[in-house]
Design a protein around this ligand. Structure first.
Ligand code: ZN
Length: 203
């Protein structure tokens, strides 16, 4: 974890102890175009290669590319179950599930925090990926609380489209309403703190 690129992180294995095997929560966050989904899918793929039972969820609201698969901006994808609520995730995780991935976690409400904690207490490794800030640069939905209770937080950076510095914020380029944004490179670009304008800007 020494350089901006050293996010090839994997948590240690389960320690042996007297209590039942505990799970944990990993949060992968950052601005748009920071590779959050790629990192989530990398961790999911490695777990699947180890034949661990894995489930991947995404919020039903995000119909950006595909209703069933998690598709990153790079086109990497994996099967995912679209769900509307955190409670639905809990209902759909059967006993024996080792890993639960959640993409675009910022679109869930605060109940996702309790759901992730419940799963971790049951022994599940929870990997949640999402935006840490909205287009105004404000903490996004449940992500700050999730980061607080997580065992591991990986904050990824994009590249500022204006100056090339590490991009930490998602600059909105078109007019739109509300915090709940879904879009791609036509509507947003990543920017650093200095280049970010906390209002929509027209290119
Ligand atoms: Zn910049």
């Amino acid at each position: 974890m020494n350089s901006p690129d050293s996010h090839r992180f994997d948590p240690p294995g389960r320690p042996s102890g007297s209590h039942p095997p505990a799970g944990w929560i990993e949060v992968v966050c950052g601005s748009m175009f920071s590779g959050k989904t790629e990192e989530l899918l990398r961790r999911i793929k490695r777990a699947r290669l180890a034949r661990q039972p894995v489930l991947l969820f995404k919020p039903r609201i995000d119909n950006r590319y595909d209703a069933v698969k998690v598709v990153s901006h790079e086109g990497v994808n994996a099967d995912a179950l679209p769900v509307s609520t955190a409670a639905e995730i809990l209902e759909r995780v059967p006993p024996g599930t080792a890993v639960v991935g959640i993409d675009e976690v910022q679109f869930f409400d605060d109940a996702i925090v309790g759901a992730a904690e419940s799963l971790a207490t049951r022994g599940v490794r929870v990997i949640a990926a999402g935006l840490d800030q909205d287009w105004k640069g404000q903490p996004f939905g449940p992500v700050p609380a999730l980061m607080a209770v997580a065992e591991y937080v990986t904050k990824l950076h994009a590249v500022c489209a204006q100056c090339g510095a590490p991009g930490t914020r998602s600059q909105r380029l078109v007019a739109a309403e509300g915090q709940l944004f879904v879009g791609g490179s036509a509507e947003y670009e990543s920017r650093c703190r200095a280049c970010f304008v906390p209002e929509q800007v027209l290119p």
